[in-house]
Design a protein. Structure first.
Length: 258
């Protein structure tokens, strides 16, 4: 998933999606200011969030190369900001021989009545083998600002081209793939929106009762932190990802599995 839409940070620009809305005022300014801080979350949130937002989770799915892969071939999350729907994040899983392909698409749209204040679109295609990335191609439209990442494994290195530069990382590289709980055991993750390879820290927060698709289950809760990113993740006892939350400029961004 882009670090939710891949990370939450304070560097997002405040702009008017190509046009200036009618009028002004504190309510409008607050809506816009909050909107422009959600973009990188989808990868790390997608991205990172968001990564990698994002995400998504009854027939069995044979994905042996990803030991903790979701059960479904398609995963669908709705995305809410302060409890109000603003979009969705979908995942599709395919298998090609010993390689697993994950297609991710996040789309957020924040409106004030009939005015579009903010839009975010992120598409990401990742290919995995033996739990490591083989390739990653992403395209992000962050309210008109375009970002692209093109990454490939070459021998023992993973080569990432982003922001007019190329960086090589050794060994097994993973993205913010929240659907695979193995990411909870790694110390670096790749932001699929920006191409940054970020040190991460994961903290187990215990278990709690959690509503999943209309039924109550026991879920394990984790906190994942990285540069400009602080998210809470929930997994069922059988290691299926079911929700994500992150504070975005004082507002609550939430992923809920559908």
């Amino acid at each position: 998933m882009s670090a939710i839409p891949s990370g939450l940070n304070s560097h997002c620009r405040v702009e008017w999606a190509g046009r200036r809305p009618f009028g002004s005022g504190q309510t409008t300014r607050r809506a816009v200011s909050g909107a422009h801080r959600i973009s990188r979350a989808s990868n790390g949130l997608v991205g990172c969030l968001l990564a990698g937002l994002a995400s998504l989770l009854p027939a069995a799915l044979a994905f042996p190369a990803l030991a903790n892969s979701p059960r479904d071939t398609q995963l669908h999350f709705r995305v809410l900001l302060d409890g109000k729907p603003i979009g969705e994040h979908r995942f599709e899983f395919r298998r090609d021989g010993d390689t697993n392909e994950v297609l991710s698409r996040a789309e957020f749209n924040l409106r004030l009545m009939f005015l579009e204040l903010y839009r975010y679109q992120h598409t990401d295609t990742e290919r995995w083998r033996d739990g490591c990335l083989v390739s990653l191609d992403s395209h992000t439209d962050d309210n008109g600002r375009i970002e692209r990442v093109d990454a490939r494994r070459h021998g023992q290195e993973f080569v990432v081209a982003a922001s007019n530069r190329q960086i090589r990382y050794p060994g097994c590289v993973r993205s913010f793939a929240y659907w695979d709980p193995a990411l909870l055991e790694t110390d670096h993750l790749l932001n699929a929106q920006t191409g940054e390879y970020l040190p991460v820290r994961v903290q187990a927060l215990g278990t709690e009762r959690f509503a999943v698709e209309g039924r109550e289950e026991v879920a394990e809760r984790y906190r994942l932190t990285a540069k400009d990113l602080d998210v809470t993740l929930w997994y069922t006892r059988d290691r299926q990802w079911v929700a994500l939350e992150s504070r975005v400029g004082g507002r609550l961004l939430r992923y809920e599995r559908r």
